[in-house]
Design a protein around this ligand. Structure first.
Ligand code: ADP
Ligand code: MG
Length: 523
């Protein structure tokens, strides 16, 4: 163990085997999730410290749930988290790709003595070229194409109740495509609203649903063709403390009068629009406004900012944000408003145009309902990504083709060919892993594929060669490209670190631990 000074940070080296330790850390995470890759991947039972259990085969969920202490393992989890945030799918693919590259990179550095910088440069080039090839091979699609439903079913089909979930997402798309539905490019993440609740039955609702328990408020029965107004005005009450400070009672009375007058003006303006319902997202619930509106049989519902924006989006109306704008309130109409008292849900049904639909996801328990919610989210993310970036053959077929192309082109890449070869090796690992998880010998099966056009792979049920497009196994090109980029980040970080230093800085910057200390169940 050696002491050295890094600027004003005293650092202690814990050895030169950082690369091997870090590799082992990444590989141990990868091994936890690689068996979940693909439709025949196995499930994991997660148990938390309170003894809560749940079953999932979603790589991202597993990685985010297990406890990691190793700094590099943490980095992998972070990158996986970002992939999940950004594209919503492809996390296991990213980690399997990273692990394959790191395993091979480590072998070249440790056993053969090649300099890490050289390998990393080749890997960067290989990844760049692969991304170009993914883009070239991607087929553009729109909402009408059958490919979209196939992407959804490939992304969600293998998961819990996949088939049922796929039909929910397809139904939601069907609503958006109907006459008067959204035109042009659809932003699915903004158009499809998700609610999960084990008390409810699965359904797609043509409108939006707000979760709200109302106490003591009478909801009128007939709320067909209800006009709605959206408010986000802060009507601050006159504070007690201010009243105490001020000696001038006349001034206080005048302030109160001004406020009462303004509240009256606001409620009058709202009533003039013929609105039956007001959605309000403000921190202060103004009692006076509520009372004025109630007197005129106008319902006021407090909602969150996000809910207010969703309502504004679906009605295509402006939110009233300033008192000065109260003269020109824009009003939208719902076909109907229905309150489900038992479950505390407002169903706001779309009128002529459809900008948002809601998927209600039930489940036997809270846990299954959440897992099904994640599956729906994956389906929607994959569909969105496919609309943006096009589709490619799934099951590792396109990766295998790109791997072969990289190898072919590699003969004149000079020293960079070593790193490019590492990328090629990792890409072919996707199909190998999917086949292994389906109970085949991945190496043997892949040797049987003659047509390397990027469309052919192995049917995981029969073990026969099939055209993936014809079989409906298609993925979004964007998710694959992002997975590759995420993997590259992990690989570069791991292969370039040659030493772990324990920093005695106030921030406790870097804390090295050997891979053996990476304890997923650490409390
Ligand atoms: P990720 O977290 O990377 O999305 P998944 O477990 O969802 O991991 O697996 C995705 C991979 O499984 C994709 O490469 C996809 O093409 C493949 N896949 C999905 N369905 C099939 C199928 N029926 N046959 C072969 N491969 C499939
Ligand atoms: Mg997936």
């Amino acid at each position: 163990m050696t002491e050295q000074s890094l600027g004003n940070v005293q650092a202690q080296s814990v050895g030169n085997t950082a690369l091997e330790n870090n590799c082992a850390a990444v590989l141990s995470i990868a091994d936890t999730v690689r068996t979940t890759l693909g439709p025949k991947g196995l499930d994991k039972l997660l148990v938390d410290e309170l003894g809560n259990r749940f079953i999932t085969n979603d790589g991202a969920t597993i990685m985010l749930s297990v406890k990691t202490v190793h700094p590099v393992a943490k980095l992998v989890v972070e990158i996986a988290d970002r992939q999940e945030e950004k594209v919503g799918d492809g996390t296991t693919t990213a980690v399997v790709l990273a692990a394959e590259m790191i395993k091979e990179g480590n072998r070249l550095i440790t056993d053969i003595g090649i300099h890490p910088t050289l390998i990393v440069r080749g890997i960067e080039l290989g990844i760049q070229r692969s991304i170009e090839l993914f883009k070239q091979m991607a087929i553009k699609i729109n909402v009408e194409d059958a490919g979209l439903a196939q992407v959804i079913s490939t992304a969600a089909g293998s998961r819990m109740d996949g088939g049922q979930v796929v039909s929910l997402v397809s139904d939601a798309l069907g609503f958006l495509k109907k006459p008067n539905g959204k035109k042009g490019m659809i932003n699915l993440k903004k158009s499809i609203f998700l609610i999960n609740n084990p008390m409810l039955d699965d359904r797609v609702f043509d409108g939006i649903v707000i979760q709200k328990q109302l106490f003591g408020q009478q909801i009128p029965d007939n709320l067909d063709n209800t006009k709605a107004v959206l408010l986000k005005i802060d009507l601050k009450e006159i504070k007690e403390s201010l009243v105490k400070e001020m000696k001038n009672y006349d001034e206080i009375v005048r302030m109160k009068e001004r406020q009462t007058k303004m509240t009256k003006e606001i409620s009058d303006s709202i009533c003039e629009t013929g609105a039956g319902i007001v959605f309000m997202a403000s921190a202060h619930a103004d009692e006076q406004l509520l009372a004025n509106l109630l007197e005129e049989n106008v319902l006021m519902i407090h909602v969150s900012n996000e809910e207010l924006l969703n309502i504004a989006n679906t009605l295509d109306v402006q939110v009233v944000r300033r008192k000065e704008d109260i003269g020109e309130i824009s009003v939208g109409t719902f076909k109907s408003v229905y309150y489900d008292e038992e479950n505390g849900l407002f169903f706001l049904e779309n009128h002529a145009q459809r900008k948002m639909v809601t998927i209600i996801i039930g489940g036997v328990t809270k846990v299954t309902s959440q897992e099904r919610w994640r599956t729906v989210k994956d389906g929607i993310s994959a569909a969105q990504s496919a609309l943006n970036d096009g589709i490619v053959a799934g099951g590792g077929a396109v990766e295998l083709c790109i791997s072969e192309k990289l190898k072919e082109e590699n003969s004149n890449s000079g020293v960079d060919s070593i790193g490019i070869e590492v990328v090629a090796h990792a890409l072919s690992g996707i199909m190998r892993q999917i086949l292994t998880n389906a109970g085949f010998n991945g190496f043997e099966k892949m040797a049987e594929i003659k047509n390397k056009s990027g469309e052919y792979g192995i049917d995981i049920s029969t073990g026969k060669e099939i055209n993936m497009f014809e079989a409906g196994v298609v993925d979004s090109a964007g998710i694959k490209i992002n997975a590759l980029k995420s993997a590259a980040e992990i690989v570069k970080a791991v292969l370039r670190i040659d030493r772990i230093l324990i920093a005695h800085s106030p921030h406790n910057a870097v804390i090295g631990k050997s891979a053996n200390e990476t304890n997923f169940n650490d409390k």
